[in-house]
Design a protein. Sequence first.
Length: 238
Amino acid sequence: MKFEVKRDGKRLVFDSDLRGLVVGGKEYVSGRDGNLVYDQILDLKADGVELQMSSNTSTLIPALRLLSIAYHPYFDRRDVVESQNNITFYWNRSKLATFYNRFSTDELDFPKREPIIREAVDFLANHTSNLPLKDAFLTKVLKPCKLLGFYQGFPVFDSSTGFAKLQSRLGIHIDTEAIMVSTPMNKYEWDVYELAEEISKITGLEFSKKKNRVVFPKDKRLLALLEQESPTSVAPES
C-alpha cells in the first residue's frame, strides 16, 4: 500500500513495504549501532522522499528536513531525537508523548493509518513557531499490559494494549505486523541479541537489529515456538 502527501511542492510517499526512509534510491534505517536516520541524512536535500507508513518521528521529521518543510524546533532537540534509541525518555511527561497520543499509528492496520499520517504532517507543518502540545505521559503507559505467557523465562506480551516495551526489563512483544524482542535498558542489550539469535536458529527467520531491540516478521513458525511454553494463545487478534 502507498499514498502520497504533497506539501509546498514537495512529495512524501508513504509505503507499507518500507521500514525506514528512501531518498536518491538509497534506504536509510536505524541499526544496531544506534545511528539514527535523523543523523544519517543531515546534509541531504530532495524534492521527494519515500518512507515507512507511520507517524513515527524517527522518519517523519528527517523526511520533512530533507524536503525543507519547516516544523517546530522542539523536534530537533537532542533528547527528543534520541528518544528513538532511549525509550526511558517516556518515563517522564513530554510534548512528544502528547504528539503520539494524538497521532500514533502503532497497532493500526495500514489502511487505517493514512488519515492519521496526513493529520500529523499537517500539524507539524502548520505549527512551526507555536506548538500546542502540553507535557503528558503516553496514554498507553497508563493502560494495563497483557501477558500472554513466557518463552525461556522471558515474558511474552500482546502489544495491542499497554506499553510493556517500556515497563518490562526484557520482553517479547507481539505487534500487528511484527514480533519484537526488546529492553528499555542498555545493560540488557546483549540478552536481547542472544535470545534473538537462538530464536533465529530454531525458526530459520531473519531479524533486523536496532538499538536494544530486534524485530522479527510475524511468522507462524515463531508464533508456534512461543506458544509451546505459553499457557494462553500468543497470537493476539490483529
